[in-house]
Write a protein that binds this ligand. Sequence first.
Ligand SMILES: Nc1ncnc2c1ncn2[C@@H]1O[C@H](COP(=O)(O)OP(=O)(O)OP(=O)(O)O)[C@@H](O)[C@H]1O
Ligand SMILES: [Mg+2]
Length: 159
Amino acid sequence: MKTILLKTLADTLAFGRFLGQVAQSGDVICLDGDLGAGKTTLTQAIAQGLEVPANDYVTSPSFAIFHEYQGRLPLYHMDFYRLADAADVQDLGLDEYFFLAGLTVLEWCERAEDLVPATRLKINMTIELDESRRLICDPGVGVWQERLEIFEVSMQKYL
Ligand SMILES: Nc1ncnc2c1ncn2[C@@H]1O[C@H](COP(=O)(O)OP(=O)(O)OP(=O)(O)O)[C@@H](O)[C@H]1O
Ligand SMILES: [Mg+2]
């Protein structure tokens, strides 16, 4: 586990851009945590890092559960807020995207956690008293541990 403290919105956007830039095909990022913590905001910055055109902006998919965007890689943005459990995700066939060429970002992933590959990056976002965001990152069994360490030493570059 790694804790990242994002003091300002600019820090959150920097982290998202970094994630989008280092993402490889088949990666999955799970975002959980407080309502309004910044899961969608972080995803917007991930899209920017993935070179999704600015006019093709990332909306809150809570209204739609699933959105696909075209960047350097396809971005599959899902929000399970209105789904009950893993069975709902499977009924909609959404779990098939986790294994396609592209980056999958899942908001409110916890309710379908068992479906997600073990190489995922799992992030829990909470709001601190001063509006900063605390991210508890579980890098899973893949390459994310190494990538998060790179972000910590080079964050200034992404601001
Ligand atoms: N440090 C910060 N990081 C991220 N967002 C911040 C920060 N400070 C303020 N904000 C604001 O908090 C809000 C986060 O909203 P957002 O929709 O991204 O949250 P969410 O986690 O997706 O919510 P939901 O649980 O409803 O899906 C935005 O309006 C954003 O501008
Ligand atoms: Mg959201």
